[in-house]
Every structure is written in structure tokens, then in C-alpha cells.
Design a protein around this ligand. Structure first.
Ligand SMILES: *[C@@H]1O[C@H](CO)[C@@H](O)[C@H](O)[C@H]1NC(C)=O
Ligand SMILES: *[C@@H]1O[C@H](CO)[C@@H](O)[C@H](O)[C@H]1NC(C)=O
Ligand SMILES: *[C@@H]1O[C@H](CO)[C@@H](O)[C@H](O)[C@H]1NC(C)=O
Ligand SMILES: *[C@@H]1O[C@H](CO)[C@@H](O)[C@H](O)[C@H]1NC(C)=O
Length: 231
């Protein structure tokens, strides 16, 4: 078994990220990840998001569609009346509950989702804590390869018919072909890089964005605070 290498947290050091802003004024923003996906028997996706304070529609953080099936793997969220953002996964068409949450306080939040076919386990972590988990009883199917990963929109058809846009800021989205463990996610929340087994590592050169999506630079003061300026 190959375990990821987790380096020691670089406490009190700044870390810079390129980030994307998905504006609320238009509902067209999206970014497409330009990599080819293998069949996945396990997957983890981590991302940092800053939710728009006045956006309470269902919002797609990312959607992964395969040619044979569009709702393969998706993370969505919606703000409730108490201004909490509730998160839900869709795995191979099955919409799991909105339960994991964080306050919509304008701060950056670190979200990780994990899934492993062989055990059926899935989990949602927020800011390093496991907030929801479950068991998928259908352990027969992998997540199909050759799919399209879109940030900020749901895909009602393969690579198109976008709905349920995200509004806010996204950075540091990474994809692994393995189910990360709690200790790895704690390390990632504290900005420690994981170097192995990553199938997509956040890189704007591998993203094609709609023109309304603006690039920004984020400075993350590890492990907690991010400050922004537009370049
Ligand atoms: C996507 O990546 C491929 C292979 O790296 C490259 O040839 C192609 O130009 C890229 N497309 C876009 C739109 O960036
Ligand atoms: C996103 O970043 C922009 C640019 O720094 C900032 O103006 C905005 O308040 C941030 N948050 C959201 C939710 O858009
Ligand atoms: C996609 O949108 C077009 C135009 O609105 C519509 O004709 C088509 O049926 C949609 N396809 C799917 C799969 O929803
Ligand atoms: C994950 O991807 C890496 C790099 O492509 C590969 O070497 C490894 O075997 C894959 N692991 C699994 C569990 O599929």
C-alpha cells in the first residue's frame, strides 16, 4: 500500500495560491479541468472556498460527468436561513444528505470529500473535521474514467447544459485517486502539501475558464487565514 507523504506543517509561513472568483452578477461562471481521468476505485477532492454572503441557491462546487453517466461525482452546497452552508455529495447518481456544514462568515473554508468503492465509505470534512460520513451499499461500480470535471456548475449533459452555479471564490482544488485519511486531511487543512498519487494538482494552466471568472492571488497565512489582492 502506497501511503502519501505528508510533510510537517510549515507553521506561520505564508503560502500563495492562484484563485478564481465566480461572480454573482452573472450565472455563467465555470472552469473546466483539462486533464484525462482514469477509472477511479477511490477518490478524494479537497478545495478551499469562500462562499458568497448573499447567494442561497443550490451551488455546485464541482461536478464530474462521465460519457455514460453525467452525475458521477459532485459536491454541492446551499446556505440555509441560519446562514450555514450545508454540503452534499452526489456519488454515481445518488444524492446524499445535506448535513456537513460551515457558517457563511466570509472566511475561507477547507472542504475535503473522500470515497472508496471497496468499502463503500464516503466522508465530508470541513476545516479538517469529519462532518459527515456514510456507507454506500453498492460497491460494484467504479467512477467512470474519461470524464469532464467542471468547477462552479452542474452538468445536465456531458460537458454542457450548465445549471446550479457557484458564486464566490475557489482555490487549491486537488484530486487524488485514493481515499485520504483524517490525518492527511488535517495536514492539508494546515497547508502541508501531499506529493503522491495526485491526479490533479491546482494549476490555472490546466483550467479553461469562462471570461467572467477572474483570476486572483491569495496569500494564505498557514494554518488559518487567507488574504486576497487582485493582480
Ligand atoms: C489540454 O491539455 C492538452 C494536453 O496537455 C493540450 O494539448 C491542450 O491544448 C489543452 N487544452 C486547453 C484548452 O488548454
Ligand atoms: C472573493 O474575492 C474577491 C476579490 O478579492 C473579494 O472581493 C470577495 O469579497 C471575495 N469573496 C466572495 C464571496 O466573492
Ligand atoms: C441542453 O440544452 C438544450 C438547449 O436548451 C436542450 O435542447 C437540450 O435538451 C438539453 N440537453 C439536456 C441533456 O438536458
Ligand atoms: C493513482 O495514480 C498513480 C499515478 O497515475 C498510479 O501510479 C497509481 O497506481 C494510482 N493508484 C490507484 C489506487 O489507482
Amino acid at each position: 500500500v502506497h501511503m502519501p507523504v505528508v510533510s510537517a506543517p510549515d507553521s506561520l509561513s505564508d503560502k500563495q495560491f492562484s484563485a478564481l472568483n465566480f461572480p454573482k452578477e452573472t450565472h455563467e461562471g465555470f472552469a473546466r479541468v483539462n486533464i484525462s481521468f482514469p477509472t477511479l476505485s477511490s477518490v478524494s477532492v479537497c478545495v478551499r472556498v469562500q462562499w458568497h454572503p448573499e447567494w442561497n441557491e443550490v451551488s455546485t462546487i464541482f461536478s464530474y460527468a462521465a460519457p455514460v453517466f453525467t452525475n458521477e461525482f459532485q459536491l454541492r452546497g446551499q446556505m440555509d436561513v441560519q446562514r450555514r452552508v450545508l454540503l452534499a455529495l452526489i456519488i454515481r447518481g445518488k444524492h446524499l444528505p445535506y448535513k456537513a456544514s460551515f457558517p457563511n462568515d466570509g472566511a475561507w473554508h477547507h472542504i475535503c470529500v473522500t470515497w472508496r468503492r471497496s468499502s463503500g465509505h464516503w466522508a465530508i470534512y470541513v476545516d479538517g473535521d469529519k462532518k459527515d460520513m456514510g456507507l454506500d451499499t453498492d460497491t460494484s461500480k467504479d467512477i467512470h474514467g474519461d470524464g469532464i470535471l467542471i468547477l462552479g456548475q452542474d452538468q445536465d449533459s456531458f460537458g454542457g447544459n450548465f445549471t446550479e452555479p457557484f458564486c464566490g471564490n475557489i482555490t487549491d482544488l486537488n484530486v487524488w485517486n485514493m481515499s485520504l485519511e483524517a490525518r492527511h486531511i488535517s495536514a492539508l487543512t494546515a497547508c502541508s502539501p501531499m506529493t503522491q498519487e495526485m491526479i490533479f494538482s491546482w494549476n490555472l494552466n490546466q483550467l479553461s475558464s469562462h471570461p467572467v471568472v477572474k483570476e486572483m492571488r491569495a496569500v494564505l497565512v498557514c494554518p488559518g487565514r487567507i488574504m486576497f489582492y487582485i493582480f
